[in-house]
Design a protein around this ligand. Structure first.
Ligand SMILES: O=P(O)(O)OC[C@H]1O[C@H](O[C@H]2O[C@H](CO)[C@@H](O)[C@H](O)[C@H]2O)[C@H](O)[C@@H](O)[C@@H]1O
Length: 288
């Protein structure tokens, strides 16, 4: 049986999505310069994906937490004038809030369910067409029932995650053959339901009733806040929707880890993301 290929070029069931030990720092001089330039823009948008970018992967999707320094750097950035900060995720809004600890009223925008949910009015209004309707909910309910039966009866080692707009089959840590079979059969179930969007992520198959995309949500936020420079960090297929939409000369798009990408720059891991955020925050501080 051929193994399900991951967006980062690995095969399903492997638990390490990273490139190995890193020496520290951001070796790419061009990226460092781009961050300094973005940091001095009149209006800055800094947005980052969550899993695999700000939080290391875990077999248990609810056990992940942001890497040390990540939230601190985002909070400092959000406190600077003319600076908008957003956390953007395939997680649903409630889960993103729980896992990041970002409280209601904090000046960090949360964008969940790949853009279908947000704490920001402008994003919600721009993404209204992608919000989950009663009809979508009925579709999700019947899809969830079928996928739950499939996983319980045929692939009990796989995990299930219930989200506001999707049901997700998790295969991290499983042997490739078991993971491939679970993913292939879940995909078959989804394909029998017109209107269901199938997303193959890293050791996950997400079956969604929303057609939101992160690119539309992030660019809507940038527009609403008058951002003249936009910075985005992402690691997975759904982040490519942002990379392909952010192509102005002032934009800084950063792919985290391996795999083909439309991003302009690349860093190795979550700690490099924190370093980049700290550089941006330093560039944003008023001169003494
Ligand atoms: O858009 P993101 O914030 O990157 O979310 C993408 C998916 O992330 C989660 O799955 C990933 O992280 C899990 C926890 O480390 C891991 O077990 C799984 O293998 C990864 O694919 C989340 O569970 C999904 O719902 C998100 O869509």
């Amino acid at each position: 049986m051929s193994h399900e290929t991951q967006p980062d070029g690995r095969t399903d069931g492997r638990t390490d999505d990273r490139t190995g030990d890193r020496p520290g720092g951001i070796p790419d001089v061009a990226l460092r310069q781009a961050l300094v330039a973005a940091g001095s823009a009149d209006g800055l948008l800094v947005a980052t994906d969550f899993d695999g970018v700000l939080a290391p992967f875990d077999v248990d999707p609810m056990a992940v937490r942001p890497v040390a320094g990540g939230l601190e750097a985002l909070r400092e950035l959000a406190a600077h004038p003319a600076t908008t900060v957003a956390l953007v995720s395939g997680r649903d809004l409630g889960t993103l809030r729980t896992l990041t600890g970002v409280a209601d009223g904090e000046p960090i925008v949360l964008i969940g369910s790949h853009g279908a949910e947000s704490s920001d009015d402008a994003v919600r209004s721009a993404m209204e067409a992608a919000a989950v309707t009663a009809e979508d909910q009925a579709l999700l309910d019947s899809l969830t029932a079928e996928i739950t039966t499939l996983v319980t009866e045929r692939h009990p080692a796989a995990g299930l995650e219930h989200k506001a707009a999707a049901i997700v089959v998790h295969t991290r840590g499983l042997s490739p053959d078991i993971a491939d079979a679970a993913v292939a059969e879940a995909r078959e179930v989804a394909l029998a339901h017109p209107g269901v969007k199938v997303l193959k992520g890293k050791s996950v198959l997400e079956l969604s009733v929303s057609h939101a995309d992160k690119g539309s949500a992030v660019t809507a936020l940038g527009r609403a806040r008058g951002a003249t420079a936009r910075v985005y960090f992402g690691d997975d297929v759904t982040d490519e929707d942002v990379f392909t939409r952010m192509t102005r000369p002032e934009d800084v798009t950063v792919k985290v880890g391996r795999g083909s990408t439309a991003a302009r720059y690349r860093v190795e891991d979550e700690m490099a993301v924190v370093e980049a955020l700290e550089q941006l925050a330093a560039a944003r501080r008023p001169a003494p």
